[in-house]
Design a protein around this ligand. Structure first.
Ligand code: AMP
Ligand code: GLY
Length: 400
């Protein structure tokens, strides 16, 4: 069995490591992978957005199954292309990946089906958006419609900040065509929870909950980043809240997508905020989160490849999925200066004894040496019996 994983970050490394546990898999290719993943799989220098090249490679190599991990290729329709060539996939088709690819789509979906989310308005022109902001309450949240490398959400504290954001996105096209439309949204408050789920369009199985820490520096005092670390389970996500989310958010979303003729199969990520009025959806992602995957998958006891195949074959209800009751914490080791200016090319040595818990992201092999090649370099995950030793203090103070 030959399996291909599209992507090349810490999330993909965690997926590859988990897939390796299945002995029916003879070869795993990562496109493009990274230097640090090369000891776990075969890395092939094809980028995640090179859909035709990926498809050609998969056909030529006789790949049996593909896991498409990043947002771009999913939203661009890689799963459709691979399936047209008879290659089975884990990940939604283009018609369903729109749940992440267009915030206008996802907000309208939630409104239509009564799924709790922040109040919002949609704009196609800067002029109307600016007029609306004259009287809108602040803080307010401005969101570019399309994908924007995780940077398309601006929390504006003042009306001027909000107006600048609108001009940057809609007039200066900071995020290109992704900013042709925008959502202006009510500012919500409360602890955030990430819930990744497996779904085949009929059954939805939430994974262990997690919490993403997005700001640099201790106590959340630094700039916003792609994610500096994660913990699982999320301490705010009680069984009662989980039940409420299943009834009011998870199942209604799966049904809504089916009703729209956009059945979602793969990993559906619910970004939630636990507000005083109950849990609300902040965002949907059509994929595993990064760095959530680096704490969620180490706690998964069931074989990942068996789950993925069950999703593809729409028999998720037939399998038992089990997570460890332990706690996991992933800390990102970043280049000095990240998320602003940083240098690359520093050698990385990962002790053999630690390799199983290190997920490599921004690194490459240069003359046989592993060196830094990005801002977020490694994700190091610890799994312990309890979270007691994990210092949540800084985060609690900020969010409570
Ligand atoms: P996103 O790119 O959609 O994940 O949003 C990035 C972050 O912006 C989220 O993780 C939240 O912390 C914050 N955010 C998004 N929407 C809202 C909102 N309506 N109210 C408050 N914070 C928000
Ligand atoms: N950690 C947030 C994301 O993957 O979008």
């Amino acid at each position: 069995m030959k399996v291909l994983v599209v992507g090349g970050g810490g999330r993909e490394h965690a997926i590859v490591k988990k897939l390796k546990e299945n002995k029916a898999i003879d070869a795993i290719y990562a496109l493009s992978g990274n230097g640090g993943m090369a000891s776990d799989c075969i890395c092939v220098p094809i980028g995640a957005k090179e859909l035709d090249k990926i498809t050609e490679f998969a056909v030529a190599e006789g790949v049996d199954y593909a896991v498409v991990a990043p947002d771009d290729p999913l939203v661009m329709g890689l799963v459709d292309k691979l399936e047209n060539k008879g290659i089975k996939c884990f990940g939604p088709k283009k018609s369903a990946a729109i749940i992440e690819g267009s915030k206008v789509f996802s907000k309208n979906l939630m409104k239509k089906y009564g799924i709790p989310t922040a109040e919002y308005a949609v704009f196609d022109s800067a002029k109307e958006a600016l007029l609306y902001l004259e009287t809108a309450p602040v803080p307010t949240v401005i969101k570019a419609d399309g994908l924007a490398l995780g940077k398309g959400v601006i929390i504006a504290q003042t009306r001027d900040e909000a107006k600048n954001a609108v001009l940057e996105i809609m007039e200066n096209k900071k995020f290109g065509a992704s900013g042709n439309s925008i959502v202006i949204e009510e500012f919500l408050e409360g602890p955030e929870v990430s819930v990744l789920s497996f779904t085949d369009g009929k059954t939805v199985v939430p994974m262990v909950s997690s919490m993403d820490h997005k700001r640099a520096k201790d106590g959340d005092l630094g700039l916003n980043t792609g994610g500096m670390g994660t913990i699982a389970p999320n301490p705010y996500y009680t069984e009662e809240i989980a039940k409420e989310c299943m009834e009011k958010i998870f199942l209604p979303t799966i049904e809504a997508m089916n009703n729209e003729g956009r059945t979602f199969k793969g990993c559906l990520y619910f970004g939630l905020m636990l507000t005083k009025d109950g849990p609300k959806v902040i965002e949907y992602n059509c994929r595993f989160g990064d760095p959530e995957t680096q704490v969620v998958l180490p706690l998964l006891k069931t074989d990942l490849f068996s789950i993925m195949k069950a999703v593809t074959e729409e028999r998720l209800s037939e399998i038992e999925i089990e997570f460890s009751k332990k706690s996991a914490c992933c800390v990102i080791m970043a280049s000095k200066g990240y998320p602003e200016h940083y240098e690359k090319g520093f050698e990385i040595t990962i002790p053999e004894s630690e390799k199983s818990s290190v997920y490599v992201a921004g690194a490459e092999l240069l003359q046989g040496k592993l060196v830094t090649a990005g801002g977020r370099v490694l994700g190091v995950t610890a799994v312990e019996d309890s979270m007691e030793n994990v210092n949540l203090q800084g985060n609690r103070e900020k969010r409570d």
